[in-house]
Write a protein of this length. Structure first.
Length: 218
């Protein structure tokens, strides 16, 4: 089923070319800034950092927090995100001397634990950093993923992040490029069709609906 789902989405939408970023570090920054906002707003914030020559770990970590807040203001929740970004930078600078290469050369499971220990980084952000910046084959789960799978009856509505992540990783080969594309495609179908009020009639997954239509929580 997972392979059929992937093939249908890829056939319908084509490659999504995720994650935009000129460097692994820029992807890491974006993973923090995109929390609770659109990518368009993140692009404006990252452009501000790039224009100031600050897309480098040590320089960004040394930047006074008030200046950082103003530069990332377009991403929204800029005070909270400045704190979270500095927390991530502290890990990168103090544990890995500001080197993303050194960070990503470490054991992926240990690195995931380190990322999850950073205040403001949850499983989705940690896995986004591992997959999109480090190229580690770990599946990223978001609200769209849960909604698409639960509505089709492939998981229960009560399934949590780790259960959904395990569902994908147990059912697919360890393939970072596929996990990358798969997550992006699920976001695309979720955003375009599997909304809170779904558009099933034109959805590329309409033929995969269970008998009787969508499964909805009681």
């Amino acid at each position: 089923m997972l392979k059929e789902l992937y093939d249908r989405l890829l056939g319908a939408f084509g490659p999504q070319h995720w994650w935009p970023g000129d460097s692994p570090f820029e992807v890491m920054v974006g993973a923090i800034l995109v929390q609770n906002t659109s990518w368009k707003n993140v692009e404006r914030a990252i452009a501000n950092l790039r224009d100031e020559g600050l897309l480098e770990p040590c320089q960004l970590f040394e930047l006074p927090v008030q200046e950082l807040q103003e530069l990332i203001r377009p991403a929204g929740y800029f005070r909270i995100k400045a704190k979270r970004l500095r927390n991530l930078l502290r890990l990168l600078v103090e544990q890995y001397a500001g080197s993303t290469e050194a960070m990503f050369a470490s054991d992926p499971e240990r690195l995931r634990e380190q990322l999850l220990a950073v205040n403001g980084i949850g499983p989705e952000t940690a896995d986004s950093i591992l997959l999109y910046a480090a190229g580690v084959p770990t599946f990223v789960v978001d609200t769209y993923t849960h909604r698409v799978l639960a509505r089709h009856g492939w998981i229960g509505y009560e399934a949590d992040y780790d259960q959904i992540k395990e569902y994908f990783q147990d059912g697919l080969p360890d393939d970072a490029p596929m996990f990358n594309e798969y997550h992006a495609l699920l976001v695309r179908v979720g955003h375009d069709y599997c909304r809170k009020t779904p558009k099933c009639d034109t959805c590329p997954l309409r033929e995969m609906l269970p008998p009787g239509g969508l499964s909805e929580p009681d």
